[in-house]
Design a protein around this ligand. Sequence first.
Ligand code: HEC
Ligand code: HEC
Length: 89
Amino acid sequence: MNKKKTFIYNVLFLIGAAAILIFLWMAPPETTAKLPYDDNHRAFFDMPKKEAEKQCTQCHSNEGGMPLPEKHPPKYRCLFCHKKVKPET
Ligand code: HEC
Ligand code: HEC
């Protein structure tokens, strides 16, 4: 391959990479409620996710008094959607 072609392929590669980055960057912001950092939830922040998720339904169920909204999406793996985010201190 001659030098000129190599140069063009490099430019095309960079344009492609930039397009993908811009596409990812433009994705809509996540709106799902984050796991609150309060007395009810603080303990879960220092726990492996799978361990924590077993305990959510103690409260977030009909018996627990804080049921999920009726139209809640499939609830397998709570923390995959409700991200743990510690507030800045
Ligand atoms: C001890 C009871 C209890 C447990 C256990 C519990 N929660 Fe909660 N959760 C609450 C209560 C009460 C609220 C509403 C008040 C608040 O925001 O803390 C709430 C609110 C929430 C909210 C809504 C926050 C918002 O901004 O509207 C999410 C999401 C949530 N919990 C997820 C979870 C997940 C995921 C787990 C398991 C890791 C969990 N909770 C375990 C009691 C609990
Ligand atoms: C597939 C993604 C997903 C999973 C998994 C999931 N949720 Fe949700 N959850 C949502 C969405 C979306 C909403 C409604 C929009 C919002 O968060 O404001 C919601 C709403 C909630 C609310 C009410 C928040 C509020 O502001 O009223 C609670 C509490 C909650 N989820 C707890 C849980 C618990 C506990 C689990 C695990 C048993 C779980 N969720 C699993 C996506 C998810």
